[in-house]
Design a protein around this ligand. Sequence first.
Ligand code: AMP
Length: 588
Amino acid sequence: MLEPNALFAPGRQPLTHAELRIHVTRAAAAIRRRGFRRDDIIALILPNGPEMATAFLSVCGAAVCAPLNPVYRADELEFYLTDLPARALVIGGLPESPAREVARRIGIPIVELSWSENDAAGLFRLGRLGPGDAKDSIEPPGESDIALVLHTSGTTSRPKIVPLTHGNLSASARHVAASLQLTSRDRCLNVMPLFHIHGLVAALLASLEVEGSVVCAPGFLATSFLDWVAEFQPTWYTAVPTMHASIIARAKADRARVDSRELRFIRSSSAALPRQILAELEETFRVPVVEAYGMTEAAHQIASNPLPPGAPKPGTVGRAAGPAISVLDIDGRSVAPGTRGEIAIKGPNVTAGYARNPEANAAAFTSDGWLRTGDEGMLDDECYLTILGRLKEMINRGGEKISPPEVDAILLSHPAVAQAVTFGAPDAALGEEVAAAVILREGMTATERQLREFVAIRLSHFKVPRRVLFVESIPTGPTGKLKRAGLAERLGVSFDAPLSATHKFVAPRTPVEEILGSLWISLLETETPGINDNFFYAGGDSILAAQFIARVCDTLGVEISMLSFFDSPTIEGLASVVEKAIAETSIT
Ligand code: AMP
């Protein structure tokens, strides 16, 4: 009988479950032999793909893994590496990443991880780890040891560290597998980043829990998604609503490939799934769409809608699917069904508490052990949960979470800024987008562009405010704290982005759009992009965006800024900026 496969990846031989176990066990033992102990934190930065999956499993088998987003800027990396604090950085690929330089500067040993495209998916080699000082007899971690630490947005500019034990992770993986009725025959197409809890637990660990398989894509590429579906015949995938929206747009233009699928269901989590996208997804793929609710502190899954024959309720995130759920009033008392309150959770998948942060723990945990999620919601008579709002200071930009105080702190470090308040503004495609209101110091000046550029150098592209408004005063709450809630409405900020469920695939039409399309193809190695495809959902990140803009400027002989591309990261948007720049050049 053929050995069942565990990991697949585009262009690679699959890796069987037996090979995966041997590789991960050996790599973990190698890490332990070099003197890393169970409670040492090892930061991991790799591109999305099968090696990220196996490296994560290997590091967890020896120490505590801290996966970091490869698009982080130098300042962010310095903060995270120091705050953890990381004892080593395991990094592979990503030649443009500032991480190596930052790690060297702050004295964190670097371990290079490498692989060959000829090897089976996920096999890697670890570079020198420095002189080892331990025998292989150091015990591997157990259920109650921390496996993973992730930063989450805090109420101050300092993000909180969420430690998750092996027990938390395996409980959550089991909960996901049970709610999706996963079996060893299931194959997940993973497009979610593996530095985030959604991809790690729902796609990777839940699949491995049932000896199923995972196709490890290099990230979300709207243009390649249907190719992967055709090539690997996954039985399911999990993603955030913005990804579903771009998939629908592509799928509508390519019905033939959509029909040749083995899909059993589609899962959505990490941000609210608009009903229209749910309906269009179900109609396009003719499979049930399951909306789930997750959170880093819960090792991902909290609630999930059921698959048939269960009765899903669109507009809700389903029933408790892991931890117990309660809705609390302001005094921490459980409220009756139909009453709005703060969603709280308790169970084997929930973190025991934030690391080194007694203040945050005192605020988050009730005396009887419920963790307040900071989300507002309501349970109905049948225990289905509806998310109604958010009490915590967090912007949910299509599933990417931004902590407003972190952006405030950067704006405030600009010499001309006296006060700054970052807030979420409604966005047609992303749900929310980042905006900021600023009061300038007397006698000082700064333009919106200067401030946005100032932030863009220091923070990842998804945290840069799309609008900065100059105001005379900022409303404060009763305690004198700056009031973010309601600011978007008050200041009239909202965004009508081009990416939506209804956007249709339109091929480049003008000469400039065609040139931009071919530069895009050569950089992202994709098929022809639609003029409304979002660069950042087609596989681009801030580093690739900088290269793209440099190539556009070289090829077309114009000067354009990164920020104008961030504002409208589509061929159509960029073409209009380029055409304007060409017109201005020819006038002068
Ligand atoms: P993270 O820790 O990045 O997984 O983010 C968790 C937060 O994402 C939750 O506290 C919610 O605010 C939000 N979230 C997750 N799933 C959903 C959903 N299905 N609908 C609305 N918000 C969600």
